[in-house]
Design a protein around this ligand. Structure first.
Ligand SMILES: Cc1cc2nc3c(=O)[nH]c(=O)nc-3n(C[C@H](O)[C@H](O)[C@H](O)COP(=O)(O)OP(=O)(O)OC[C@H]3O[C@@H](n4cnc5c(N)ncnc54)[C@H](O)[C@@H]3O)c2cc1C
Length: 455
């Protein structure tokens, strides 16, 4: 081993089949920048391994230098400064295999949801995907994963069948219930603390006919529409619903009727035919006339187009938490909190309806994420293009609301950047995660974006 840390990391450049970028390299800034541009992380190095041997080499050198190693495919959920960490970008691990007979999707750690779902078109099968095509499959699944299909089929973490990873000692392992039930329990919701994952296998579910999209309503109708959407969620436990508000910036990139406007939004996904899907939407239309309507029958490969979420990197601050007691009083306070936050720069807030298969107790003990009993998961965001915006102040009314209507445990994928797993799980789960971590990585070399407990 070379003596100085810089020389040792530089030595990896000739050893790896892939590449490594170090501070001082011309491409360091572009390589270190995560999707969330407001997180200024300055890692010790950024490695792009070509194969498992490269991952082993990175782990070996980092361990010798007393550095951590974290895998960050995109950095939507980037947090911490990472100055004593080598970041792994797994883009070369890009396999996608669909086994229609076994109803299994196998993807490499570099695959984002958009590419994976395109491969499911024509199979009649769906995976429990998130709504954004540029979010990584492994990242969403191991951190919980709430899909618009989850009320019907369950949380994404619970659909994990197998995980292949290089552990802190450099051993390549295939982890299943039969091989290591405690480790796969931890990987189903405990995040990236347990190894450098190279591939994941997820269960697939029937879904050849899908209907959905979103409706937008004027702010004046917000309380009525949001109450009606919660009532619909209550009556239809398998229907995917995302209910919230947005304030559009007053910019020329938007159509005139949306510029600077505040709206109520309802995203809806029904696994089934158009007629039934439209009947659900009619319950909302009966409350107010939408100002925009993208509802359409679609195939799984078009989920991203239907969800129409932003895909380009941007600076943002997020806050999320679980809520319960979604009655009319809650809706009134939600709208009020959103409007007060929006006046300070808050851009969006939505609540994913929970319940249905998400709360299913059968098999829940096989995953850290377990059965989630919250009624909704709130997620909100402030765009930070304008440096005068005080994100903490803009998010505070919603923080106060969640404190008043707390739904208990949430999912790591719905936590903001400053949160730890202790914001999602109870003491018993945290202790069990810590015991698995101690067994598979006693030196704490592998770092996730969320520690088990707040530091
Ligand atoms: C626009 C948008 C839409 C979203 N929609 C949803 C949604 O519908 N449902 C939902 O549940 N969540 C959703 N999320 C949250 C998203 O799932 C999380 O932010 C996710 O963890 C980040 O995805 P990413 O690809 O950027 O991962 P990154 O931020 O790059 O990684 C997150 C963490 O996962 C771990 N990790 C990732 N890959 C590996 C690996 N190969 N080995 C070991 N550890 C690994 C690491 O700890 C890493 O820090 C959304 C986020 C955004 C920004």
């Amino acid at each position: 081993m070379t003596s100085s840390p810089d020389a040792a990391l530089l030595g990896l450049r000739s050893e790896l089949s892939g590449s490594i970028v170090l501070p001082g390299d011309v491409d360091y800034d572009s390589a270190r920048t995560p999707w969330n541009l407001s997180v200024d992380q300055r890692p010790a190095a950024i490695a792009v391994p070509a194969d498992v041997d490269d991952i082993r080499a990175v782990l070996r050198v980092a361990t010798a230098l007393n550095l951590g190693v974290t895998t960050q495919p995109n950095g939507h959920a980037a947090s911490a400064d990472l100055s004593d960490v080598v970041v792994i970008r797994p883009s070369h691990f890009d396999e996608i295999v669909v086994d229609e007979t076994a109803r299994l999707l196998r993807v490499g750690a570099g695959v984002n949801w958009g590419r994976a779902l395109e491969r499911l078109d024509g199979t009649g099968l769906i995976a429990l995907a998130g709504s954004n095509p540029e979010v990584n499959v492994v990242a969403l699944a191991i951190n919980g994963g709430q899909s618009m299909f989850s009320r019907r089929y369950g949380l994404t973490a619970r659909s994990i069948v197998a995980v292949e990873l290089v552990d802190a000692s450099g051993e390549l392992r295939r982890v299943t219930d039969a091989d290591d039930a405690e480790l796969i329990w931890a990987l189903r919701g405990g995040g990236g603390l347990f190894g450098v994952i190279t591939a994941i296998e997820l269960a697939l579910y029937p879904g050849d006919v899908i209907f959905g999209g979103s409706l937008m309503f004027p702010a004046e109708a917000a309380e009525g529409v949001i109450s009606a959407a919660f009532a619909l969620a209550n009556d239809e436990p398998e229907l995917g619903l995302d209910v919230g508000m947005m304030r559009f910036p007053d910019g020329p990139m938007l159509p005139p009727h949306l510029r600077g406007r505040t709206v109520a939004t309802v995203g809806l996904v029904h696994v089934g035919d158009e007629q039934a899907g439209r009947a659900f939407a009619d319950r909302l239309r009966a409350v107010a006339e939408p100002i925009a309507d993208t509802l359409v029958p679609f195939t799984i490969g078009s989920l991203a187009a239907v969800a129409a979420e932003p895909v380009d990197p941007m600076p943002s601050a997020d806050f999320g938490g679980a809520v319960a007691g979604l009655d009319d009083a809650f809706v009134h306070e939600f709208v009020d909190a959103f409007l007060r936050g929006a006046d300070l720069g808050l851009m969006r807030c939505s609540i994913r309806a929970m319940g249905g298969a998400i709360a299913d107790e059968l098999g829940a003990d096989q995953s850290a994420v377990g059965a989630v009993h919250a009624e909704g998961l709130l997620n909100s965001g402030v765009l930070l293009f304008d440096p005068t915006i005080d994100a903490a102040a803009a998010l505070q009314p919603l923080r106060d609301l969640v404190a008043r209507y707390s739904g208990g445990g949430t999912l790591p994928t719905f936590l903001g950047a400053d949160a730890s797993l202790a914001d999602a799980y109870d003491r018993e789960v945290l202790d069990r995660l810590a015991a698995v971590k101690q067994r598979v990585d006693p030196g704490g070399v592998i770092r996730g974006n969320r520690a088990i407990t707040a530091s």
